[in-house]
Each structure stands twice: as structure tokens, then as C-alpha cells.
Design a protein around this ligand. Structure first.
Ligand code: GLY
Length: 377
């Protein structure tokens, strides 16, 4: 028998997307989540950028990113149609830029790697870069255009998913024990995210998994506490600036004196500046971290120094030992979709489609083989 009902634990962009796709397949859906903005999606800039983000040694993950990027146009259009909410999907590509000769050498190695994976990365002279984006610093040594990269506004995507799912989203049923991390729980300033020893998947979820009712754990960093699987929080600080609309058109991903930064402009003049990546679980924002991001950002686009700094925000990327997601059947009839690290927004469509297929038909797509939740033993 295949499932006719699904309980999704975690209402971030992954959990909501899965629930939405499951409901489209005719399943009865419940999403357990407290609402709020605790998830990594709330900080995410929304780059849909396999060519701007693919990293060395991540062959299977890069394939998954490329597959999901191809699903985004349909996902965004359908979600907008169903919800009536504009999700900020924008087809302008990424400009990858380098400030110094050393930065350019580093960037070129990555561009070459990405080309080897079939990703469109076209080298550009500094003069052409500045024709495309006049606000870029005249000091830039070089860059490249990734025309197939896209962007979306993750906050709008979550609002749209919440609107379509409506009353199917209910507060957590999980009783907190000492040290227990609720799905997508975000710490208060300075507090660490730790998987509590008492946390187990032996409450509502496990007893709820039956032949006709699937349970999907999509609880971000909280997945470790619920399943015992190795998902760790990786701290990211993101800034939001606000200036005149039109200062930047493309997403800029750049190196400035060895520091990497990305700049994601929105139509209303907001520019998301991201992000630190630290193996830490606290939520403190230090002046030094803000300074580092702003220094890199203004080295690449000097006029950003005149924008208002409207938000400093820490969230934690849910990461696994190989930094690729956990996707598929776990023990006790439970399915896991978590650990998307830097790529939760980009990977939402492929995750949702393939996990919904697994729930509805019991069939695991071959694309999921490399991401089995049990691969770490
Ligand atoms: N996807 C970019 C980041 O995680 O910072």
C-alpha cells in the first residue's frame, strides 16, 4: 500500500514545498511547524545559482543543483498562480567578479571547474563588466557571466507556500524535553543550537508512520535531534541594505582581497549582502563580521556604502558531513529531507518533486541514490 496521508515535520522552504507537491498528488497533508521566521530560509538571499555556487568535489550535488535549477521556472510560475503572490523570480544571471590578481586566479579555477560540469560561465573583461553593471568598482581585475543563474525572494516563496497550504500547517505536536530542539528552532542571541540527548523520534512521528501515512522530517538543523542523523548548524550572517532601486541589476558574487561576498539586488532597492560561513552554533552578530562583509561589498560596489543598513541577521544552514542533503527513507518508515546547507532554496523544487514521488508511490528516483540518509553509517 502507498501513503494517502503525509505528516511533514518542519515548515521551512523544504518542508512546505514537499507538502505542497504532496497535496497536488492528492495526499492529505499536515505540516507541523510553529510558523515564525526561525528557518534558514529567512536569511537566504535566494540565489538559484548552480554556476555561482557549485564547489570542488561536489559532483553529485552539482548535478542535483542543475536539475533543480531547471525546475525553478515551473515551480515559481505554478506557485504564483496558486497563491496569487509574486515570489520575485528573476532571470538575470550572476556576475562573478574578482578585485585583485590573486582573487582572479582563485576565481578562474572555480569557473573552469564549473565549465567542466557543463555550466555556462563566460569570462568578461573589466570594461565589459562595467558596461553591464556601471556601479562595479573600476579596480576589478576580471569577471565572468553565468547567464543561466536566477534569483527568487525566499521570504515571498515561504509566504506563498504558507498561503496555499493554509490550515494544513499546525503548531508542533512534539513535546519539548530538556535540550530538545524543535524543528527549525532558532537560538536567541549567543545561545548555541545543540541536539539534545533526550531528543528522539519516538513520539508522535514514529507512531504516526504507517503504511498509509508517511512521515517526512524536514526540520533543518532540528533534524539531528529528531532522527539522530548528522545534521549540524553552520552559522551565516547576512546583511540587508536599502538604497535607490536600480543600483545593481545582476546578482554579484565576488572575491575582494581573499574575502568572498555575494550581493543580491531586489527590484525595490534592497540588496542582500551575504554571508559569513562559520562552524558555530551561536547567534551573535559581531562588529567585526559586519565589517568584513561590508568591506568586501563596498570594495566591489563602492556606492553600497551610501545605502541604509536595515538588517543584520544570523541563521544556521543545516549541513551534513559531506555538505550534501539527506534525501530518502530513514528507519521506522520515516522519510528525511534535510541538510541542504547552502542550497536549500535552489534545491527546494527537486527535493519536493522527488520526495513527493517517494511518498506517493514508494519509488525512489535514481537521482536520490547519492543522498541516502544512511550513507554515513
Ligand atoms: N547560498 C548561500 C549561502 O548559504 O550563503
Amino acid at each position: 500500500m502507498t501513503a494517502t496521508e503525509v505528516m511533514v515535520v518542519g515548515g521551512g522552504i523544504i518542508g512546505l514545498s514537499i507538502a505542497w507537491r504532496c497535496r497536488q498528488r492528492g495526499l492529505t497533508v499536515t505540516v507541523h511547524d510553529r510558523g515564525g521566521d526561525d528557518g534558514a530560509w529567512y536569511a537566504a538571499a535566494g540565489m538559484l545559482a548552480p554556476a555561482g555556487e557549485a564547489g570542488f568535489g561536489q559532483r553529485a550535488l552539482t548535478g542535483l543543483m542543475v536539475d533543480s535549477a531547471a525546475r525553478w521556472p515551473g515551480f515559481a510560475a505554478e506557485l504564483e498562480r496558486e497563491s496569487g503572490i509574486d515570489v520575485g523570480y528573476d532571470e538575470v544571471g550572476t556576475l562573478s567578479v574578482a578585485l585583485t590578481a590573486d582573487d582572479l586566479a582563485e576565481a578562474r579555477r572555480l569557473w573552469e571547474y564549473r565549465r567542466e560540469h557543463g555550466l555556462g560561465v563566460n569570462s568578461l573583461l573589466p570594461s565589459v563588466l562595467r558596461e553591464l553593471e556601471p556601479a562595479l568598482s573600476p579596480r576589478l581585475r576580471g569577471g565572468a557571466h553565468a547567464p543561466d543563474d536566477r534569483q527568487v525572494d525566499p521570504r515571498r516563496v515561504v509566504a506563498a507556500l504558507r498561503a496555499t497550504l493554509g490550515p494544513a500547517i499546525v503548531p508542533d505536536l512534539i513535546e519539548p524535553e530538556p535540550g530538545f530542539v524543535q524543528p527549525n528552532q532558532h537560538p536567541t542571541s549567543g545561545e548555541a543550537v545543540e541536539a539534545g540527548p533526550a531528543a528522539r523520534l519516538d513520539g508522535a512521528e514514529q507512531s504516526a508512520a504507517r503504511a498509509d501515512r508517511a512521515v517526512v522530517i524536514a526540520a533543518g538543523a532540528g533534524t539531528a535531534a529528531l532522527t539522530g542523523l548528522p545534521v549540524r548548524p553552520v552559522k551565516g550572517l547576512v546583511l540587508r541594505l536599502r538604497g535607490e532601486p536600480g543600483l545593481l541589476r545582476h546578482v554579484i558574487s565576488g572575491w575582494a582581497d581573499g574575502r568572498h561576498v555575494y550581493l543580491v539586488p531586489r527590484a525595490d532597492g534592497e540588496v542582500v549582502v551575504g554571508a559569513t560561513q562559520e562552524e558555530r552554533a551561536d547567534a551573535t552578530v559581531t562588529a567585526g563580521q559586519v565589517l568584513e562583509l561590508l568591506r568586501a561589498a563596498t570594495d566591489l560596489v563602492p556606492e553600497l556604502g551610501e545605502c541604509d543598513l536595515v538588517e543584520t541577521l544570523v541563521r544556521h544552514r543545516p549541513a551534513t558531513p559531506d555538505n550534501a542533503p539527506l534525501l530518502g527513507a530513514h528507519t521506522g518508515g520515516v522519510i528525511v529531507a534535510a541538510g541542504h546547507h547552502r542550497n536549500g532554496v535552489l534545491l527546494a523544487p527537486v527535493t519536493a518533486d522527488l520526495i513527493a514521488e517517494l511518498v506517493a508511490t514508494g519509488k525512489s528516483a535514481p537521482l536520490l541514490d547519492a543522498f541516502a540518509p544512511g550513507r554515513f553509517g
